[in-house]
Design a protein around this ligand. Structure first.
Ligand code: ASP
Ligand code: MG
Length: 420
C-alpha cells in the first residue's frame, strides 16, 4: 500500500486535475490511498466566508460562498460528462450544509464554525476528482475521512486519536481496498466522537497522509508538488537553490520548525515512528528523482535557507522595570497557549522580552492586547525572519547585506536573524 498526497496547487484547475489523473493512471496496479487538499486557494476563500459569518455579515458570507460554489460547479462542468448530474447533486448537498450554517447566528466560538465551514473545500475537491477518475475508468472509491479520522475537539488544530482511527480504518477503509485499488479521500479534516467536523491546522493534508500511512503501515508516502523536490531555498527567491536528494527525518523536522514551506511540521513524526519513507516528487515530471526523506542522515548538506516574511515583534517590558523571571516567562507561555499562538523566536533580556510571531492581523492585535495585561507592549510589524541551517559565514553575509538586524539567535547548526 502506498499513500499519495495531492496538494491544492496540483488540483487547482481542470488541466491540473486531468494531469493528476494521468499520473494516477501510472499506479493503477497498486493499492493506493490518495489524500487530496482543497482546490487552489479555496481554503483561503472559505476562511473569508467564516470571518464574514462570524462578524454577522450574512449577506457578505453568502456572496463569498457563492463564488466558491461557482468555481466548483464550473470545474465539474468542464471535467465531467457521464458523472456530471450525480456529482452536481453531491456538490449541492455539501453546499447546502454550509449555507444552513451561514443562515444561523454564531453562538459558539470562532474555531468551531471555522472547521464546520472550511472543511467543505476538501469534500468538494475530492467529490469532483473521484468522479472524474471513475469516468476515466480509474476505478476508485470516495470516502468521507470524517468517518475514519477521529480527533479531539480542539477545533482548528485538532489532535488525532490514533486508537479509534485505527479501529475505523479496519472496519471502514480496509474493506474498500478489497473492492478497488484506489481510495480517494480528504486531507486536513477529521471529526470528533460527536461527529463535529474538525481541522488539523493549515496545510494539514500532509499530516493526514502521514497519519494514515503510519496506521496502515504503508510502504511509503509520496507528496506530489509543483517543484522538483525539497530545495535548499525557495527557488523563486534564490535562483541558485538546489535540490536536496536525501534528507533525514530529523533534518526535515528542523527545517519545518523554522518555517520551511516544504512539508507540514507534524508530518514527520508518524512516519519516523514507523520508518516509512516520504518521497517529495515533481507533479509535472514523474521521471525526476525528487527527494527521499528517511532515517539515514546525510552529512553533506548545503546551507538551507528559510525566509519568513510578515513577522511581528512584540517588545514586552515588565511594567515596573523589575527583572524578567519565572512569573513573566510562564505568563508569556500561558498567553501563547491561550491564543493558540506559536513563538518563532523568544529572546529574554533584563527587564524585557522579545517575542516574534507570524503576523496574523486581528489575531495578532488580540495577542498584543492580551499581553498588555502583563507587560508594557510595543508592536513592530513588517519584519522578515531569515533562518540558515548549516550556515557558512559567506552565505550569512550575503543574506544580511544592507539589512538592519533587529534580533539574532544562533546555535552550532542554525542562525536566525530578524531583519527590517
Ligand atoms: N486546504 C488546506 C489548506 O490550504 C489543507 C492543505 O492544503 O493541506 O491549508
Ligand atoms: Mg495546500
Amino acid at each position: 500500500m502506498q499513500v499519495f498526497k495531492l496538494g491544492g496547487a496540483s488540483v487547482n484547475s481542470v488541466d491540473r486535475i486531468k494531469h493528476a489523473a494521468g499520473l494516477l493512471e501510472q499506479y493503477q496496479q497498486e493499492k493506493l490511498l490518495v489524500v487530496i487538499s482543497a482546490m487552489g486557494k479555496t481554503t483561503n476563500a472559505l476562511e473569508k466566508v467564516t470571518e464574514a459569518f462570524y462578524k454577522e455579515r450574512k449577506e457578505e458570507a453568502l456572496a463569498l460562498f457563492e463564488q466558491v460554489k461557482q468555481n466548483h460547479i464550473n470545474t465539474a462542468k468542464y471535467l465531467l460528462v457521464t458523472h456530471f448530474n450525480e456529482t452536481l447533486e453531491q456538490l449541492f448537498q455539501l453546499f447546502t450544509e454550509v449555507e444552513w450554517a451561514l443562515h444561523d447566528k454564531p453562538v459558539r466560538d470562532f474555531d468551531y464554525y471555522y472547521d464546520q465551514i472550511v472543511c467543505c473545500g476538501e469534500l468538494l475537491s475530492t467529490t469532483i476528482i473521484s468522479a472524474y477518475l471513475n469516468e476515466r475508468k480509474l476505478v476508485n472509491k470516495w470516502i468521507d475521512i470524517r468517518d475514519i479520522l477521529r480527533t479531539n475537539n480542539n477545533f482548528r488544530i485538532a489532535g488525532v486519536d490514533e486508537t479509534v482511527t485505527l479501529q475505523n480504518i479496519e472496519t471502514h477503509l480496509l474493506p474498500c481496498f478489497e473492492e478497488v485499488n484506489m481510495v480517494v479521500t480528504q486531507g486536513f479534516i477529521g471529526a470528533t466522537d460527536e461527529n463535529e467536523t474538525t481541522t488539523l491546522g493549515r496545510e494539514g493534508s500532509d499530516f493526514t497522509a502521514a497519519v494514515m500511512a503510519s496506521l496502515l503501515k504503508a510502504d511509503s508516502v509520496t507528496i506530489w508538488k509543483d517543484v522538483e523536490g525539497v530545495m535548499s531555498a525557495d527557488p523563486k527567491l534564490f535562483p541558485d537553490a538546489r535540490l536536496i536528494e536525501k534528507l533525514s527525518y530529523d533534518e526535515v523536522i528542523e527545517m519545518a520548525y523554522y518555517g520551511a514551506q516544504v512539508i507540514h511540521p507534524k508530518t514527520i513524526k508518524p512516519l519516523r515512528n514507523e520508518g516509512i519513507p516520504l518521497f517529495v516528487k515533481c507533479f509535472f515530471d514523474t521521471s525526476l528523482p525528487g527527494t527521499v526523506i528517511h532515517n539515514k542522515s546525510d552529512n553533506a548538506l548545503p546551507p538551507i535557507i528559510v525566509v519568513k516574511p510578515d513577522q511581528v515583534l512584540l517588545h514586552l517590558q515588565s511594567g515596573d522595570f523589575s527583572f524578567v523571571g519565572e512569573k513573566e516567562m510562564s505568563g508569556l507561555y500561558q498567553l501563547l497557549k491561550e491564543n493558540k499562538e506559536r513563538a518563532n523566536i523568544i529572546q529574554t533580556g533584563a527587564v524585557g522580552l522579545m517575542l516574534c510571531v507570524d503576523d496574523k492581523g486581528v489575531h495578532t492585535d488580540e495577542l498584543a492586547a492580551a499581553a498588555s495585561a502583563l507587560f508594557e507592549v510595543q508592536v513592530e510589524r513588517g519584519l522578515t525572519l531569515l533562518t540558515i541551517r548549516h550556515f557558512t559565514p559567506e552565505v550569512f553575509e550575503n543574506l544580511t547585506a544592507g539589512k538592519q538586524v533587529v534580533l539574532r539567535q544562533q546555535t552550532a547548526a542554525t542562525i536566525q536573524v530578524l531583519v527590517r
